[in-house]
Ligand binder design. Structure first.
Ligand code: MRU
Length: 342
């Protein structure tokens, strides 16, 4: 894994979230933000899997793109190292299995792997098409979401509460929930954003606050536990979040902490809107109970930045995602449609 400066990659950092250069994947290292803006050069499947599991590369749509480019990376490595077909298949599977909840990862890996018989050129073209589609989808999704919210809440500047990170870092282009926020701003229909810090890995404070600042969007950061109270006190007109997987019945898996916002939104009578590309909807998963939820290491909760914060021996229940039941979801907005799951 090699570091390079962002200046080597391009001028607009959010356009450089993930790329394909000289047979390698380049990606912003999301573990280093907001203190350091650096780009990883990933040259092997091992390095890519490590970047995915450590959340250097993260967010459901971005995981799909990383998986797609990962197949191209595996094909290049197979050529270099003389792998047989069985080894290549096993390495591709390792990429698909690197994280379980976001359906985009497995879906795009399988889609691009279908191009392997056509050779490296065909695989790279298929992977880059996945990347281009993600950008285009994010803009359509964002605009549809903003139009929906304006219809629900009226033509006025909205206070929007959001969770985790759903901008260009997580999706490319405009993002999903953060894309909707960006599109609201473009329409003059955004008052400000409240972003949860998103314990335990702080995607909200490290990444969302950074992206909002880059975009010049007024925002406040809130402790996760404050979310429901802030909503009850009228600090939000709507909650807008992304999704890692939407089950066939409309149950939504998203970053842990999303469910409590949905409950609070219902109680306060404000819309709870999920902004997610069609590629996040998994018709093969019947309900939220069937969604595999990633359980991550205890020390993400029992320590902070390498310093233990809980007594030795304390165990954690560190689910990375929760499931919001469909009946709490006002709408799921994709690039193509608005679904009302109940
Ligand atoms: O663990 P992460 O950071 O990959 O989780 C990301 C989220 O939960 C996002 O809200 C989700 O992927 C939706 S849109 C990017």
């Amino acid at each position: 894994m090699v570091w390079c400066s962002v200046g080597d990659v391009g001028s607009d950092v959010l356009d450089d979230v993930i790329g394909w250069r000289d047979g390698c994947i380049t990606a912003i290292d999301q573990t280093a933000l907001p203190h350091r803006l650096a780009v990883l050069r990933l040259t092997t499947v091992d390095e890519l899997v490590d970047a995915i599991t450590t959340l250097a590369v993260r967010g459901a749509p971005l995981l799909g793109v990383a998986g797609a480019l990962g197949v191209a990376l595996a094909v290049r490595q197979a050529e270099r190292e003389g792998w047989d077909a069985a080894r290549l298949e096993a390495e591709v599977k390792r990429i698909a299995d690197a994280r379980p909840t976001a359906v985009n990862l497995r879906r795009e890996v399988l889609a691009v792997a279908a191009a392997i018989p056509g050779g490296p050129g065909a695989v790279e073209a298929a992977a880059l098409a996945v990347r281009d589609t993600a950008v285009e989808v994010s803009v359509r999704l964002s605009e549809r979401g903003a139009a929906f919210l304006t219809g629900e809440c009226g033509e006025r500047p909205l206070k929007v509460h959001t969770h985790c990170n759903t901008g260009a870092l997580a999706c490319l282009g405009w993002g999903s929930a953060l894309g909707v926020i960006r599109a609201l701003r473009t329409r003059g229909a955004l008052a400000h954003v409240i972003a949860d810090e998103t314990r335990p890995l702080l995607q909200g404070s490290r990444l969302t606050a950074w992206e909002l600042a880059q975009l010049g969007i007024e925002h406040y950061l809130a402790a996760d536990g404050a979310g429901p109270f802030l909503i009850a006190r009228g600090h939000a007109d709507a909650v807008v979040v992304g999704a890692d997987r939407v089950a066939a019945n409309g149950d939504v898996a998203n970053k842990i902490g999303t469910y409590s916002l949905a409950l609070a939104a219902r109680r306060a009578g404000i819309p709870f809107v999920v902004a997610a590309p069609e590629s996040t909807i998994d018709a093969a998963t019947a309900t939220g109970a069937d969604i595999p939820l990633e359980l991550r290491a205890d020390d993400e909760v029992t320590s902070f930045q390498g310093v233990r914060t809980a007594p030795a021996g304390t165990r954690a229940l560190n689910y990375a995602f929760d499931v919001t039941p469909a009946d709490l979801v006002t709408a799921i907005v994709t690039e193509d449609r608005v679904l009302r799951p109940h």
